[in-house]
Design a protein around this ligand. Structure first.
Ligand code: GLC
Length: 586
C-alpha cells in the first residue's frame, strides 16, 4: 500500500482537506464572560493539532449585535471586542499555521447588520441617495406606499421588507436587522474585494461564503411576485428573482482574481442551497473553487440514499474538475448523532425530520441516542473515506447530541424568535463545548456558558474521552490519522460487496471502506481492519458500522501500524491532557 503525505503548501491543499468548523462563541472562553473568544481558540490550538485536522473554518467573529449569531456583521474588517482583537486574530493564525492548520474565515456578503456604518448612513440619507443605493430601498405599494414593495418573505418568517421613517422600505431576506446589500452597486463590490485582501493579507487561507446563492437579485420594476411559491426552492434555469441567479457568478469571478493574487491562491467554499445540478458553478475553478455538498447531510440513514448521493456527486465533481465538500453537521442543523436516532420521516430529509422532532423539545418520538451515535460514527467514517474534503462541526468528535430541550427563555436564534415558536431554531447544536467533566461550564469558561449546557455534557467532555480508546474522540483521531496516511487520488471504485444494505468501496492504494446499514452483521471483506466505528470481531461487520480495511498486501508499514480486527485501533497513541490544552478552569 502506498502511503503519501498530504499536500502541505500546495495550491490545491483544500481539495481533500478535513476542515473543522469552529463556532467561536461556543468553542472556548478565555475572557471569563461565558462567551467563547479568539483567546479560547488560541488556548485550544494544541487540541486541534492533536485531533489531526487540516484547517479550521471560523464562523463570524466580527463586531456584531449577535442578532443572528454573528451573521449580522457591523464591520467586516475587525474583531468583536467581546471576542478579542485583530492582534488576537494574528496570534491565532500564526499558532494554527505553526501547527500546519489552515484558516478559513466566514464572509457574509448578502447582508450587513443594521449597525453597519453604511446602513446608518443610508437611514440618515434621503431617498435616491448614493448611501441608500448600497442597499435595496424601494417605495411601497398601495395608498401612501403603506404596503411592502413586493410579496417576498424573509427566510426567518414575516415579510422581507421593513419600512423606515421617510416611508421607504428596505429588503432583508433574513431578519430586519440584516439589510441586504445591493450587489449591482460597484462600491459594494469593491469594498468586499478590499475585505478579501484584508484577511488574505493577515494570513487567511480561504473564505466560507455565506448565502452565496443570494447576492444577485432581479430588481427590475415591477418587482416579480412570488405568489406564495416556496421562496427557497429555485428553478433550474436561474430565473428566480432572489436565489441562484446566473449573474451571481460574475461576482465570484472577480473574487477569484483576488484569490489568485496570492500564493497559494486563496480558496472559497460556497454555502449555496441550490439544486445539485447547479452547485458546480459555485465550485468552478473560475469561481469560488468549492461548494458545500449538503446532500449527505440531507440523506436519511440508508444505503440507497447514501449510494445515490455519493455516485451523483462524484460524477458531478469529476465532470467539472471540482472536489466534493462533504458535510454531516454544521451550526444550522440538528446534530447527526441525534438525527440518526430518529425513525426516518415519510418523504422527509434527515434535517427536516429532525426539525419537526425539535418542536417536541426532543421528546416525540423518543430518540434512540445509542443507535444515533452508532450510526453517526459509521457515517462519519464513511464520509472520511470519500474522495474530496470533509467539513466537521465542533463537538461532533465528542459524539454530542443536539440539546433539544433548551427552554424558550434561553433561545437566541431568530428562527425561533421570528417564527413565533413555529421553529425551535438552531441553538441546540450551538451549546458550548464541554472540555472537562465538571466545573461551572465543563471547562468552557470560568462561569456559566451563554447557552446552558446539560448535565450529560460532562461524560462526553474531552477530558472524559481523551484517554479512552473506545471513545468517539479516539475514533475521530484515529480516522484522521489514517486518512492522512492513505491520502490518494480522488478516485473511488465500488466493490462487488455493495448492495441494498452494504456500501463497499476502494480508494487508490488499497484503502477500502465498508459500511453496513442493515440490521444484521455481514462478512467483512478479506483484509485487515485498521479502524472501525464499533467493535468488529470474527470477520463480521455489525449493523450500523463502518470499517476501513486494507487488503492483505505485503505492505509492511501498513501492517505494522494496524491491528487485526481490532475495535477502534490504538495505532495512534493517546497523549497526556496537558499537551492538548490549558488546564481546566478553576
Ligand atoms: C447562513 C448561515 C446561517 C445564517 C444565515 C444568514 O445560512 O449559515 O447561520 O443565519 O446564513 O446569514
Amino acid at each position: 500500500m502506498e502511503m503519501s503525505q498530504p499536500p502541505a503548501a500546495e495550491a490545491d491543499w483544500w481539495r481533500q482537506a478535513v476542515v473543522y468548523q469552529i463556532y467561536p462563541r461556543s468553542f472556548a472562553d478565555s475572557g471569563g464572560d461565558g462567551l467563547g473568544d479568539l483567546g479560547g481558540i488560541i488556548s485550544r490550538v494544541p487540541y486541534l493539532a492533536w485531533l489531526g485536522i487540516d484547517a479550521v473554518w471560523l464562523s463570524p467573529f466580527y463586531p456584531s449585535a449577535r442578532v443572528d449569531g454573528g451573521y449580522d456583521v457591523d464591520d467586516y474588517r475587525d474583531v468583536d471586542p467581546q471576542l478579542g482583537t485583530l492582534a488576537d486574530f494574528d496570534e491565532m493564525t500564526a499558532r494554527l499555521h505553526g501547527r500546519g492548520i489552515k484558516v478559513i474565515v466566514d464572509i457574509v456578503p448578502n447582508h450587513t447588520s443594521d449597525r453597519h456604518a453604511w446602513f446608518r448612513e443610508a437611514l440618515a440619507a434621503p431617498k435616491g441617495s448614493p448611501a441608500r443605493d448600497r442597499y435595496i430601498f424601494r417605495d411601497g405599494q398601495g395608498r401612501d406606499g403603506a404596503q411592502p414593495p413586493s410579496d417576498w418573505p424573509s427566510t426567518f418568517g414575516g415579510p422581507a421588507w421593513t419600512r423606515v421613517q421617510d416611508g421607504q422600505w428596505y429588503l432583508h431576506l433574513f431578519t430586519e436587522r440584516q439589510p441586504d446589500l445591493n450587489w449591482q452597486n460597484r462600491e459594494v463590490r469593491d469594498d468586499f474585494l478590499t475585505t478579501l485582501r484584508f484577511w488574505s493579507d493577515r494570513g487567511a487561507d480561504g473564505f466560507r461564503v455565506d448565502v452565496a446563492h443570494g447576492l444577485a437579485k432581479n430588481l427590475v420594476e415591477p418587482l416579480e411576485r412570488l405568489d406564495g411559491q416556496a421562496a427557497l426552492v429555485s428553478p433550474l434555469d436561474g430565473t428566480h428573482p432572489l436565489w441562484d441567479r446566473d449573474e451571481v457568478h460574475g461576482i465570484y469571478a472577480e473574487w477569484r482574481r483576488v484569490f489568485n493574487e496570492y500564493d497559494p491562491p486563496r480558496v472559497g467554499v460556497a454555502e449555496a442551497w441550490v439544486h445539485p445540478s447547479r452547485r458546480s458553478r459555485y465550485a468552478s475553478p473560475d469561481g469560488l473553487g468549492q461548494a458545500f455538498n449538503f446532500d449527505l447531510l440531507e440523506a436519511n440513514w440508508n444505503a440507497g440514499e447514501f449510494l445515490q448521493v455519493i455516485t451523483d456527486n462524484l460524477a458531478d465533481a469529476q465532470q467539472h474538475g471540482a472536489s466534493t465538500a462533504w458535510v454531516l453537521s454544521n451550526h444550522d442543523v440538528v446534530r447527526h448523532a441525534s438525527r440518526y436516532g430518529l425513525p426516518a420521516g415519510d418523504c422527509l430529509s434527515s434535517t427536516q425530520n429532525a426539525k419537526t422532532w425539535l418542536l417536541s423539545n426532543g421528546t416525540s418520538p423518543e430518540p434512540d441516542r445509542g443507535l444515533g451515535l452508532l450510526r453517526a460514527r459509521a457515517a462519519t467514517l464513511l464520509m472520511l473515506a470519500l474522495p474530496g474534503s470533509a467539513y466537521l462541526y465542533q463537538g461532533e468528535e465528542l459524539g454530542l447530541h443536539e440539546v433539544a430541550d433548551l427552554a424558550p427563555d434561553v433561545l437566541q436564534d431568530p428562527a425561533f424568535l421570528r417564527s413565533g415558536g413555529a421553529e425551535k431554531g438552531r441553538d441546540g447544536c450551538r451549546v458550548p463545548l464541554p472540555w472537562t467533566t465538571g466545573g461551572p461550564s465543563f471547562g468552557f469558561s470560568t462561569r456559566a456558558a451563554h447557552l446552558p449546557q446539560p448535565a450529560w455534557f460532562g461524560p462526553l467532555s474531552v477530558q472524559a474521552q481523551e484517554h479512552d480508546p473506545a471513545s468517539t474522540l479516539a475514533l475521530y483521531r484515529q480516522a484522521l490519522s489514517w486518512r492522512r496516511r492513505f491520502h490518494a487520488a480522488e478516485n473511488l471504485e465500488w466493490m462487488p460487496g455493495t448492495n441494498g444494505q452494504v456500501l463497499h468501496f476502494g480508494r487508490p492504494g488499497g484503502w477500502q471502506s465498508v459500511t453496513n446499514f442493515g440490521p444484521r452483521a455481514v462478512p467483512l471483506p478479506h483484509g485487515t481492519v485498521v479502524v472501525a466505528s464499533s467493535p468488529v470481531q470474527e470477520g463480521l461487520l455489525p449493523a450500523d458500522t463502518t470499517a476501513w480495511v486494507i487488503p492483505p498486501a505485503p505492505d509492511r508499514v501498513a501492517r505494522r501500524q494496524s491491528r487485526r480486527y481490532g475495535p477502534a485501533s490504538d495505532a495512534v497513541p493517546l497523549i497526556r491532557r496537558d499537551s492538548i490544552g490549558p488546564p481546566p478552569g478553576p
